[in-house]
Design a protein around this ligand. Structure first.
Ligand code: NI
Length: 434
């Protein structure tokens, strides 16, 4: 197993606001961190194959983007400034109907490229042609939790159920364990209770979790109340969804009882502040969820509704949005935002025992951030710098599962020019209606 030593970094372990080690070092063996501490703390007899000099850099856990639709990078800037349902029904769904398998592969590679370059090491995706997504993830070197989006109405409904067992078999635990799989029933308004029950049965049999959009818009809450007399959260709980591990995206419109259920049933939340702002969906009650003990991670959502996949920017937006919406400058302080983007996301994915912190025994998913930048001086508080001032271009090196995937801003796993050419050509074909 390869041994890697990162030396001289200011190590932000994200265990607490104060867990900052100046001139620290991180020893890595294979895919795991074997020690984190001050200079000279690597285990006795640890002889690295390679030493990375990280003087002048911050070392922190890679970001966990808990909600994406990776190949939607192909639709970036195709339809903007529209409400959610009009955006979906008139723009996004018709264009997605023309997507071919190879499109999804190249769109996902573009997504991975953008995420690696902005310090994301793990993402949770929901889309279709997921074998192509998995292929792209495998190539990129990233870690991903992949779910096949499922719509419970129309001919797609059964097709999606039939697809999933093979997909789980082909990819769950594959790419050296970097890829995990879930089922992705899209939302309560596209997956009626009878269909959701089928999805729940199948996920139980396959022993995998669920990724779903919940309580995203006020319209969804009103429709569920009219049809079933329940909130979206209470509806899916009533059919047994929360007996499985669930990653729930958005959770914008919640009442007290919803939050209590989510805490008790250990639902992981993917908070997507920029997508919620752009589609004018509302402001998720993040502070209330955290106070109630709900595990909340951060996500960008697809590139068509954000429009980038930059987790540094998302952290900043999350913090600012909680402050302004609660009129409380103490809401979501910098450390809490950073924790949400790393450990919180890992927890929401059920991977909090191995991802999201720099800690012995955890996976070596580490990013190095350059600090000799005008916007990062003077050095009073690194947490504040990371959340309120840092930029994705400050990310210098990215290590995933013990492998260096980007070094000195050069991505080693993906041919950037080939991705740009492919994506541009494919997007032009899609927009032209072919
Ligand atoms: Ni989404």
């Amino acid at each position: 197993m390869g041994k890697l030593l990162i030396k001289g970094a200011t190590v932000i372990t994200v265990e607490s606001h104060d867990s900052v080690i100046n001139g620290g070092e991180i020893a890595i063996e294979g895919r795991n961190i074997v020690s984190v501490g001050p200079a000279g703390s690597a285990p006795e007899g640890f002889v690295p194959d390679r030493t990375v000099d990280a003087s002048g850099m911050l070392a922190l856990p890679g970001f966990v983007n808990t909600h994406t639709h990776a190949a939607m990078t192909l639709l970036r800037s195709y339809a903007d400034d529209l409400p959610l349902m009009k955006w979906l029904e008139e723009k996004i769904w018709p264009l997605e109907a023309r997507l071919e398998e190879e499109d999804v592969y190249w769109g996902t590679l573009l997504c991975c490229l953008e995420m690696i370059r902005s310090g994301t090491t793990t993402f949770a995706d929901m889309y279709f042609f997921m074998d192509q997504t998995a292929r792209a993830v495998e190539k990129s070197g990233m870690r991903a939790d992949l779910s096949r989006g499922m719509i419970g109405v129309g001919p797609e409904a059964q097709q999606a159920l039939d697809y999933v067992p093979g997909f789980v078999d082909r990819w769950h635990g594959r790419a050296g364990g970097r890829i995990t799989v879930r089922l992705g029933p899209h939302a309560p308004y596209t997956c009626p209770p009878d269909y959701l029950k089928k999805v729940i049965d199948l996920a139980g049999k396959l022993d995998v979790g669920i990724h779903i959009h919940l309580a995203e818009t006020r319209t969804e809450v009103e429709d569920m109340a009219r049809l079933y007399g329940m909130t979206p959260i209470q509806l899916v709980d009533s059919v047994g969804l929360f007996e499985l591990p669930v990653l729930a995206a958005h959770c914008v419109h919640l009442n007290e009882k919803d939050i209590e259920i989510m805490a008790r049933k250990r639902v992981g939340v993917a908070h997507n502040p920029e997508s919620n702002m752009k589609l004018a969906s509302g402001v998720a009650p993040v502070t209330k969820m955290l106070e109630a003990g709900v595990t909340v991670g951060l996500g960008t959502d697809g590139a068509a509704s954000n429009n980038n996949l930059d987790m540094l920017e998302e952290m900043r937006s999350a913090a600012l949005l909680q402050k302004v919406s609660t009129m409380d400058p103490l809401a979501l302080p910098s450390f809490q935002a950073l924790s949400m983007a790393t450990a919180g996301g890992a927890g929401a994915l059920g991977m909090g025992d191995r991802l999201g912190l720099l800690k012995e025994g955890f996976r070596a998913d580490i990013i190095l951030i350059e600090t000799r930048k005008p916007h990062l001086f003077p050095r009073n508080d690194w947490m504040a710098h990371l959340v309120y001032a840092a930029q994705s271009a400050d990310v210098h090196t990215v290590i995933i599962d013990g492998n260096i995937v980007m070094e000195g801003r050069r991505v080693l796993t993906i041919d950037e020019d080939e991705v740009y050419d492919q994506v541009q050509r494919r997007a032009e074909r899609l927009v032209a209606g072919k």
